[in-house]
Design a protein around this ligand. Structure first.
Ligand SMILES: Cc1cc2nc3c(=O)[nH]c(=O)nc-3n(C[C@H](O)[C@H](O)[C@H](O)COP(=O)(O)O)c2cc1C
Length: 419
């Protein structure tokens, strides 16, 4: 008899979950609504703390961005952005609001975690990350998924927090090689991760592979490497594959070969609960395989997968570090700022920046349409209206399709009357 994902459970921190983790999708693409719905259904949902002051401004009408922009207005014309610092108290306030209000609304047997990217260096990598981690724990988050970086210093940043041993901690890696140094550091603090997400080359967002070699990797092989590494070290830590798990049966295959759950995201980008504008969701449905590209326009230095129609590609806008500034490194540098200044010197009349994008501004506006490799299959998961548009799904429909479907089938949603 073929199995469904519902025949398995993820055991984590003394609790059992439906083994479906909806991955973090920054800047508010994986909204609190999506994470809460996932938790209600018994799985694990993620909010993301990417650009959290911006997100709280939108959710709760706070004025964090305006305040920062006003303070640093004098610097807008300056090429040097090192002076533009985040106020750590305000950052903590924003994180506590975002996380705390989400946790207050939580119902059901699942859990809500936060995705915390190290690459958001925020002109002060150590202190801003410490504040984000501490404030998330203060506000009652159940788990923290460390992502976009090796996080070799993150255990140290958390070790004195009263919840260091009770919050669930996980890390996203794309190889056993990347996991090894993290485990070494974790052992020093007597705090092994509670779960490990292994993200392969077909995922959405930033990739832990090179622009030219991502095609050479296969998630199944990387997962086996990680499982072996853990076994050799006598470590019993749940492994959660991510990237290209499109059907419940894809997930079952992983669970039958030693994994404990799967992390998925792309199929939820076209749900009502997802933060992308409805118009953008239609672009995701419409995408063909050729539309989905991997490029290096992200100033983080990581390759990123996106739709080639993303309006944020080739847009030479003035950097917005005074309002945002999330990618600025410890010296106040961002690859986009450098690319922009280079073009400004070449031709101040008509600035076009092809090699990099202002990630903060464009993510804030949902203008970089990052997505997983299988986005072109989303159209097969719903109904098409007579006017050419697709029926947007409910997160519950996608979640339950993963949970109960068999034999690589995808159950279409209940047809809305207007189809
Ligand atoms: C729109 C989108 C945004 C994403 N943003 C992030 C992010 O901010 N941080 C992160 O660690 N992963 C991010 N990811 C990766 C997902 O959390 C997840 O691990 C991966 O996409 C799963 O593969 P799938 O999309 O093929 O299901 C993103 C994925 C998508 C589709």
């Amino acid at each position: 008899m073929s199995k469904a994902l519902n025949d398995f459970r993820l055991k984590l921190g003394g609790k059992e979950y439906v083994p479906i983790v909806v991955g973090g999708m920054g800047v508010d693409i994986s909204t609190a609504e999506l994470a809460l719905e996932t938790a209600r259904l018994g799985g694990i949902g993620h909010i993301s703390d990417a650009m959290v002051p911006t997100v709280t401004d939108r959710r709760f009408e706070t004025k964090f961005v305006q305040e920062k922009q006003k303070k640093y207005k004098f610097n807008i014309g300056n090429q040097d952005k090192s002076v533009v610092q985040f106020d750590l108290n305000r950052l903590a306030e924003a994180q506590r609001l975002h996380v705390g209000r989400t946790m207050d609304a939580k119902e059901g047997d699942g859990a809500v975690f936060v995705n915390c990217m190290e690459k958001l260096t925020m002109n002060n990598p150590r202190d801003t990350l410490q504040v984000r981690l501490a404030a998330a724990m203060d506000a009652g988050i159940e788990g923290i998924t460390l992502s976009a970086g090796l996080h070799l210093g993150s255990m140290e940043l958390m070790k004195d927090h009263p919840r260091f041993h009770d919050v669930l901690l996980g890390i996203i890696v794309s190889s056993g090689r990347a996991l090894r140094p993290f485990l070494k550091r974790a052992a020093k603090f007597n705090r092994m991760p509670d779960y490990i997400v292994v993200e392969g080359p077909l995922a959405g967002g930033h990739l832990g592979f090179g622009l030219d070699d991502w095609q050479e990797y296969d998630l199944k092989n990387i997962v086996q490497d990680v499982l072996e590494l853990l076994k050799t070290n006598n470590l019993d830590i749940p492994v959660i594959p991510a990237g290209g798990v499109f059907t419940g049966t894809d997930a079952v295959e992983f669970l039958e070969s030693g994994s404990s759950a799967v992390q998925v995201a792309t199929r939820f980008t076209v749900t009502q609960e997802c933060g992308l504008p409805d118009k953008t969701k239609q672009h995701y449905f419409d995408a063909s395989e050729e539309d989905i590209i991997v490029n290096t326009i992200s100033p983080t230095g990581y390759p990123m997968r996106m739709l080639k129609q993303s309006p944020g590609i080739d847009a030479g806008i003035r950097p917005n570090c005074e309002a945002f500034g999330y990618i600025l490194d410890s010296k106040g540098h961002c690859q986009y700022v450098e690319a922009y200044n280079r073009e400004l010197e070449k031709n101040p009349e008509k600035i076009s920046v092809l090699d990099k994008t202002c990630l903060c501004t464009h993510f804030r506006k949902f203008n970089i349409w990052t997505c997983g490799h299988y986005t072109y299959r989303l159209k097969d998961t719903t109904h098409k209206y007579k006017n050419g548009k697709y029926q947007i799904l409910r997160a519950e429909e996608v979640f339950q399709d993963y949970q109960f479907s068999k034999d690589h089938t995808v159950k279409l949603p209940e047809q809305s009357q207007s189809v």
